[in-house]
Design a protein around this ligand. Structure first.
Ligand SMILES: Cc1cc2nc3c(=O)[nH]c(=O)nc-3n(C[C@H](O)[C@H](O)[C@H](O)COP(=O)(O)O)c2cc1C
Length: 434
């Protein structure tokens, strides 16, 4: 099968042209300075990815509230940037765009998935704690309506800051269990007001954020959303509900929707075992197969909307990527982990020199490898989840410091080193703020 289709230009509804069909998916970098501004290390990481061959680079999640970090070291835009912050954001955009890729900033609020070391009582739709073992995450406090309106405005302010700093677009993060995703999830949102209950009410905050961002940034700016196909939990956000939400998002004039799935309790986005048995009624062949976990969902969504769809998770072969575009009508493919170990892999894949990104299989299997792939114990499943990402975070730190990637790094060592690095950052940032 020809894979030339991957190199074709994509034109979004707002007219933005993407040079090809591969996006670097959002990956939290943790490299902000102690003020939570983009740092020289972060810029070095994006210079490293600028020539990756991807048509779009989507940043890791930038937070709209410094009390709700997804992890220590997130960039935060929680008010109109001062001149220094604006300059730091602009330098980040310049680094990412140095070789012609478009760059979108992912904007998020971590909600109840904020670790207790950052905030023991984070804000969330309802006071329902994550179903994870131990005390890593605290019991959240339900947001008031006034706080909900304030947060909607913050997403808009952060998006305008991104536009003013010359980012080409934003991605509103409504997947993976963070605040906007948890509003959609009936297990996490039991509110009795206009923000909870029916799907219309649970989707109200996401749609209000989309409208506020569009109003602030204008018709030409690229506004995209990352959404779960499903939470894959009994009683969670379902695929039937996702189908409805994408129809609403299309009406609210988003330029692209990225499809993913899962949350901290059920880490399907990384193809990992969750705390609950997955809702089998929700699984599709592509969520069971190793490659392209959510491709079948995106293909079904294609039948109900015309807005461009991107699908991320598990894609490793050029053929599977090309098939998703030519047969399933998907517009873009998101790639995460392979780009952490080889920034040239996409350029080589597009040039036809690398049909499969699978030479990194060993690394990509490291995630479930700390305590065995299918541990019976939830505490080990949780540590596996952390280990799966902390290995990559350590590589980001190395690249940011100008050091080579360490393929020999053990997952357990990465878990310890990264935990210590995050605690150190948090302490230093708190000290600097006082
Ligand atoms: C190190 C790391 C950090 C991530 N950070 C984010 C993030 O900030 N926002 C997000 O939406 N997804 C994040 N993800 C999920 C990825 O965007 C992507 O959905 C996932 O890695 C599956 O794609 P892949 O199989 O190509 O790696 C992260 C994944 C990894 C490995």
């Amino acid at each position: 099968m020809s894979t030339n289709i991957l190199s074709t230009t994509l034109t979004l509804p707002n007219g933005q042209q993407i040079p090809n069909r591969i996006a670097k998916a959002a990956m939290t970098e943790g490299l902000a300075d102690l003020r939570a501004y983009p740092s020289p290390e972060l810029n070095r990481l994006y210079k490293h990815w600028a020539g990756s061959g991807c048509g779009v680079l989507i940043t890791g999640n930038v937070q709209v509230d410094r009390l709700h970090l997804e992890r220590p070291g997130n960039v935060v835009i929680d008010c109109e940037p001062d001149a220094q912050m604006h300059a730091a954001l602009a330098a980040w955009a310049t680094a990412a765009k140095a070789e012609g890729a478009k760059t979108w900033m992912q904007i998020s609020h971590a909600g109840r998935q904020t670790q207790a070391v950052v905030n023991p009582h984070p804000k969330a739709p309802s006071a329902i704690a994550l179903g994870l073992p131990g005390k890593t995450f605290g019991v959240p406090v339900a947001l008031t309506e006034a706080e909900i309106f304030d947060l909607i405005e913050r997403f808009a302010v952060a998006s305008l800051a991104a536009k003013n700093a010359d980012f080409d677009g934003v991605q509103i993060h409504a997947a993976h269990g963070y605040l906007l995703s948890s509003f959609l999830n009936p297990r996490a949102n039991i509110r009795a007001d206009q923000w909870g209950g029916s799907l219309e009410n649970r989707a109200r905050m996401l749609l209000a954020v989309v409208d506020a961002v569009r109003a602030k940034t204008g018709a030409d700016f690229t506004v995209t959303v990352k959404l779960n196909s499903a939470d894959f939990q009994q009683g969670g956000f379902s695929f039937a509900e996702c189908k409805q939400v994408v129809k609403w998002l299309e009406k609210h004039r988003v330029d692209l929707i990225e499809i993913s799935g899962g949350n901290y309790e059920q880490a399907r986005m990384m193809d990992m075992d969750g705390m609950d048995a997955p809702d089998m009624g929700e699984l599709r062949p592509s969520t069971v197969a190793r490659e392209a976990y959510f491709a079948d969902f995106a293909a079904e969504l294609r039948e109900v909307v015309t807005v461009p769809l991107m699908v991320t998770g598990g894609f490793r072969s050029a053929t599977a990527m090309a098939r998703a575009i030519s047969d399933d009508g998907i517009s873009m493919i998101g790639i995460g982990r392979p780009l952490c170990v080889d920034q040239h892999c996409i350029a080589e894949l597009l040039a036809g020199g690398r049909p499969v990104l699978g030479q990194y299989e060993k690394v990509l299997r490291l995630g479930p490898g700390v305590f065995g792939p299918h541990s019976r114990f939830n505490i080990f499943k949780m540590l596996n989840g952390f280990g799966a990402t902390y290995w990559f975070y350590q590589q980001f730190r190395r690249i940011g410091a100008g050091q080579p990637i360490d393929m020999k790094l053990g997952v357990f060592s990465a878990l310890i080193m990264e935990t210590l690095a995050q605690i150190k950052w948090l302490r230093a940032a708190k000290k600097a703020a006082n």
